[in-house]
Design a protein around this ligand. Structure first.
Ligand code: ZN
Length: 269
């Protein structure tokens, strides 16, 4: 690489950097091209990516998250491919790739990765989002959505949850994408009228009768996610249309279950 001030070729140098990153003061060794005449620094794309990765690993080590190198090492110890890890942790393979190359995982995802790499996560169910199905929580989430939308989502007596299930699906998928755990533990199937609670016809009445006071209270981030969904989809038609356009739904055959690993393909919210 040549100096932009016309001093000829620049030299690759290690530079110690100290900076404030996500509230942490970090010291790390960056690599830059440096002009021996004017001292200007520059990166090419490869260097910029490598420096970003070094910073990310430095940060993750400082706050007690697995670094990219540790994830790779843990996986290699088990002789796992990235796909093996994605299956054991019940996350998309794209996430595994991003974490290994420098994207910072959330604390919740870090716990899930550690469990998977320690072999504790034996039978991760790809269809419940790391939570046992709770009808009371489904009721609680739907009631909260009704409040946010200013209209009742569960209509008696013969509601098929045509729209309610779409709100639920987005809430579960986005919670999983963000925190590694669904809100309700519900399993979804791709039906002609969109993503729907699996076996919904048997569940609807049970959900209506469920006591939402028995459900685990909603966490702050869950309410935040629901608020975002309610703002994005004010009408039942809009959530219905958006759900139909999601690859996570479109890529499935009729009746096929939609795994939570598809959460990272959600586009509309
Ligand atoms: Zn120069």
């Amino acid at each position: 690489m040549d100096c932009p001030n016309d001093h000829g070729p620049m030299r690759l140098k290690n530079v110690m950097r100290e900076l404030l990153f996500r509230g942490k003061r970090l010291k790390f060794r960056a690599k830059h091209y440096v002009c021996p005449v004017c001292g200007i620094e520059a990166d090419d794309l490869g260097l910029a990516a490598a420096n970003q990765k070094t910073l990310s690993d430095e940060y993750r080590a400082a706050v007690g998250l697995l670094t990219g190198a540790e994830i790779i090492e843990g996986r290699k110890k088990l002789a796992w491919t990235q796909e093996d890890l994605s299956r054991a942790a019940n996350v998309g393979i794209a996430s595994v790739k991003r974490w290994e190359t420098g994207q910072i995982q959330t604390k919740a995802m870090d716990d899930i990765l550690r469990r998977a790499l320690s072999g504790e996560a034996k039978c991760a169910d790809p269809y419940t989002g790391n939570r046992a199905l709770s009808l009371a929580r489904i009721k609680l989430v739907l009631e909260r959505f009704s409040g946010l939308l200013g209209r009742k989502l569960l209509k008696s007596p013969r509601d098929k949850m045509l729209y309610a299930a779409k709100y639920l699906w987005y809430a579960d998928m986005l919670a999983f994408r963000e925190a590694g755990q669904s809100m309700t533990g519900a399993t979804y199937a791709a039906l002609p009228h969109g993503p729907q609670l699996n076996n919904y016809s048997e569940l609807v009445d049970l959900i209506k009768e469920a006591d939402e006071d028995l459900a685990e209270p909603l966490k702050e981030y869950e309410v935040r996610i629901m608020t975002r969904i309610a703002r994005t989809f004010a009408s039942g038609q809009s959530v219905y249309r958006a759900a139909h356009n999601e690859e996570a739904y479109k890529s499935k055959k009729n009746g096929e279950l939609i795994p939570y690993s598809d959460a990272e393909r959600i586009k509309a919210v």
